[in-house]
Design a protein around this ligand. Structure first.
Ligand SMILES: C[S@@+](CC[C@H](N)C(=O)[O-])C[C@H]1O[C@@H](n2cnc3c(N)ncnc32)[C@H](O)[C@@H]1O
Length: 275
């Protein structure tokens, strides 16, 4: 049974051969690529929200080369340690091209990816057929209350109210955030001055829904050995929009780049849930 809920009346959605339907007869077609769009047009803040096609394509090309596999490995290890045997209902919010959730799916979990970008859902669903990809906003996750065992957020926007609603009582959140030295060498090329102040903590404990259980830092170096993958990395980040033409030109002259990855994984449990 699906754990998706109707974005109109919030009752459970049942999967039909070509659509999802709720008891009040609201229908949502499954696109030919296999994703479903549960983002209602009155909830969109722009015509084409989230990462655009150029960013998503660059992300797919860059991640496919394995440079970020160490990040995916840490995520898989955390989950493996916390729940070694179980088959879990896992939701990645802001799932992009589906790279990380697909590597978790290898463990037989029931996996869902939500992204506000239809380009992301399209490219993810085309490649990863046994994961359910949904166009929806992290602000209003279309899932049955307390149905998600593990909610993952990797470099993506997070909304505590919505996560609190869908996370199971025993649920876990795994969040990955970049630290000060993450992609430092790239930022040195792109900006006159690079901010080396400690990244703001922004813990998900403000509303007291979640307890921070553990943190884990990944420090790793990668070597990009051609201009094409340097450009793919650049195009998949928000730096692409902020960089002057002069600095973009400087970057276009590089044939290799050594880069630091510095990422904090934060593991939260659900607090104050009465059983
Ligand atoms: C930096 S990318 C990270 C993608 C993926 N987690 C990864 O690390 O490869 C952030 C993703 O969040 C999505 N996004 C942005 N705002 C969102 C929102 N309000 N709800 C859901 N997804 C959102 C973007 O479209 C984009 O795919």
């Amino acid at each position: 049974m699906s754990i998706l809920s109707c974005p109109v009346c919030h009752t459970p959605l049942q999967k039909q051969p070509k659509s999802y339907q709720c008891e009040n007869n609201h229908h949502f077609d499954i696109a030919k690529q296999g994703y479903i769009n549960l983002l209602q047009s009155n909830k969109k803040r722009s015509l084409d929200p989230g990462d655009n096609k150029n960013m998503i394509t660059a992300r797919r090309q860059f991640l496919a080369q394995g440079y970020y596999e160490p990040i995916s490995n840490v995520l898989n290890e955390i989950l493996g340690c916390k729940n070694p045997e179980l088959s879990l209902k896992i939701l990645e919010v802001g799932s992009g091209d589906g790279y990380y959730i697909n590597r978790l799916k290898e463990k037989n979990h029931e996996c869902y990816g939500v992204d506000i970008s239809k380009h992301a859902a399209k490219i993810a669903a085309t490649k990863y057929k046994n994961i359910t990809f949904v166009v929806a906003s992290a602000v209003e996750l279309p899932f049955i209350n307390h149905s998600v065992d593990v909610l993952i957020s990797l470099f993506s926007p997070f909304y505590e109210d919505s996560a609190n609603k869908v996370l199971a009582k025993h649920g876990l959140i795994i969040q990955a955030v970049p630290l000060t030295h993450h992609l430092f060498e790239l930022r040195q090329i792109l900006y006159k001055e690079v901010n080396i102040n400690p990244a703001p903590k922004n813990l998900l404990t403000q509303k007291e829904y979640f307890n921070l259980e553990e943190t884990k830092v990944l420090n790793h170096s990668i070597h990009l050995s051609d201009q094409a993958c340097i450009q793919e990395l650049f195009r998949m980040t928000p730096h692409y929009w902020k960089t002057s033409p002069e600095r973009q030109h400087e970057l276009s002259l590089l044939q290799e780049l050594d880069l630091t990855l510095e990422i904090e994984f934060r593991i939260y449990s659900h607090a104050n849930m009465k059983s």
